[in-house]
Design a protein around this ligand. Structure first.
Ligand SMILES: Cc1cc2nc3c(=O)[nH]c(=O)nc-3n(C[C@H](O)[C@H](O)[C@H](O)COP(=O)(O)OP(=O)(O)OC[C@H]3O[C@@H](n4cnc5c(N)ncnc54)[C@H](O)[C@@H]3O)c2cc1C
Length: 300
């Protein structure tokens, strides 16, 4: 099972009414929970999915409570970073959950001994004991990586936001503007910005709501003084700038067949001015004349 399937299975409204059962309707006697599947891995996602350690332990607790089955947690390191999380980890140790430090190499149903017959065998290197182990279990739960949604690109384009290397939406500044984006008035919170748990998502959501309210409360918006301007006489209507603008701040006027800058969206980055083949775009206060005058002023 992947972790979402397990969540559904163990939920009271799930297919078994919350009972943890195998396909044959029996309770598992042993279960493996494999952490970091597709996370912290050069070949998949380099980042840590942040929530798996804790929900993996939550699952272990549910299994111990509901079935009494033996539970093995295969982990690289346990990241119990939140309030009360470390205490929960120790509680799982007291509940006899067996933590095995080492990456799982394989889950196979190929039995090498009578006790492995009819079981799933988890093969891993136990880095604390220093040897390879084969552990036969009835059920395996994979804590799969949290990844951006497949439509994240469309959403990003619609909102004029950027994405970070890992594909999640990019905040304006990781420390000083963690819920703002490159587009004024668009705020982000929760797992769209990167893997995070519910407490962090709720805190970020409250922060984003407060930022939005402070804008509304002010009743007016200050826009950038340095924006691009398109000379309608020179614009050939090629639309190159429409596609290039990272803030979707240039519209094409069908009637006049020329492009025009939406001042409220423009951030004055100058991408359009640099790309315009007709030289029709300039940045206000940074026109060629202004720059040349400044250079002359310095050289005199
Ligand atoms: C298996 C599993 C177990 C977990 N267990 C825990 C736990 O025990 N405790 C904990 O703190 N955290 C847990 N988490 C993490 C938790 O799920 C997240 O922290 C939380 O869901 C983030 O909330 P969110 O609102 O940011 O995103 P989501 O919960 O993903 O909500 C986003 C919503 O936006 C909708 N949406 C997306 N794109 C669009 C669009 N273009 N248009 C309209 N709607 C859209 C989606 O359908 C979804 O309903 C778990 C995660 C997993 C995968």
């Amino acid at each position: 099972l992947n972790s979402l399937e397990f969540e559904r299975l163990s939920h009271a409204s799930g297919p078994t009414g919350g009972k943890i059962l195998l396909r044959n309707g029996k309770e598992p006697k042993s279960l493996a929970i494999v952490h970091c599947v597709g996370s912290r891995d050069e070949h998949h996602n380099k980042y840590c999915s942040r929530v798996c350690c804790m929900y993996g332990m939550k699952m272990a607790h549910l299994v111990r409570e509901k079935t009494g089955a033996r539970v093995y947690e295969f982990y690289i390191d346990i990241r119990a970073f939140g309030k009360g999380y470390e205490e929960f980890y120790h509680r799982m140790l007291e509940e006899d959950v067996e933590f095995i430090r080492g990456k799982v190499a394989e889950v196979t149903d190929a039995a090498l001994s009578p006790e492995e017959e009819g079981k799933l065998v988890v093969r891993c290197e136990d880095t604390l004991l220093g040897f390879t182990r084969r552990i036969p279990v009835d059920m395996v739960v994979l804590c799969a990586a949290l990844e951006p949604r497949t439509d994240a690109t469309e959403l990003r384009q619609l909102l004029g936001c950027s994405r970070s290397k890992d594909g999640f939406l990019l905040e304006k500044h990781p420390k000083l503007a963690p819920v703002s984006t490159a587009t004024d008035g668009v705020f982000i919170a929760g797992a769209c910005q990167g893997p995070k748990d519910i407490p962090d998502s709720v805190a970020q959501g409250a922060g984003a709501a407060a930022e939005a309210l402070s804008l509304i409360d002010r009743g007016k918006v200050e826009i950038e003084p340095i924006t691009s301007v398109i000379d309608s006489e020179l614009c050939s209507g090629c639309r190159i700038c429409n596609e290039l603008c990272p803030y979707s701040a240039i519209e094409f006027k069908e009637d006049d067949k020329i492009s025009s800058v939406i001042d409220a969206l423009c951030k004055g980055c100058g991408t359009c001015a640099a790309a315009c083949p007709s030289g029709a775009i300039s940045s206000q206060h940074f026109t060629d004349d202004v720059i040349f005058s400044e250079i002359e002023g310095v050289l005199i």
